[in-house]
Ligand binder design. Structure first.
Ligand code: THU
Length: 131
């Protein structure tokens, strides 16, 4: 089982690929599969700002495109003192594709903290309502 440190290192490396010419706010994500593989992502911004994709969603969509569908943890790394949490849109996507996984938030100073998705998105809307 990959360690939190390995996940943080993978997300930190992916963060270097961030395409963030507008916000200059670089984010990296690392998704851990049940098969103990890591899939990374970085934020990719667009001049039409609303088309920006966050690092977490890039990692998840990349994993899905590689037929990896079961996850245990997602790590988010940004260069902030207060640990950067996933945005609201990403919380919905993480819930939909990953369920109640652990979310490890970390910064570049070696600080990190883990939350459950159900803490970050209580009373989530999901497919079970669409019956
Ligand atoms: N961003 C992420 O990639 N993930 C987060 O958890 C928070 C925000 C990105 C989106 C945008 O490119 C930049 O950070 C500033 O909002």
């Amino acid at each position: 089982m990959k360690s939190n440190q390995e996940l943080i290192e993978a997300a930190t490396a992916a963060r270097e690929n961030a395409h963030a010419p507008f916000s200059h706010f670089k984010v990296g994500a690392a998704l851990l599969t049940t098969g103990d593989e890591i899939v990374t992502g970085c934020n990719v911004e667009n001049a039409s700002y609303g088309l920006t994709l966050c690092a977490e969603r890039v990692a998840i969509f990349k994993a899905i495109s590689e037929n990896k569908k079961d996850f245990t943890k997602i790590c988010v790394v940004a260069d902030t003192d207060a640990l950067t949490p996933p945005c609201g849109a990403c919380r919905q996507i993480i819930w939909e594709f990953c369920g109640d996984v652990e979310v490890l938030m970390a910064n570049l100073h070696g600080e990190g903290e883990t939350f459950q998705m159900s803490e970050l998105l209580p009373k989530a809307f999901d497919a079970k309502f669409l019956k």
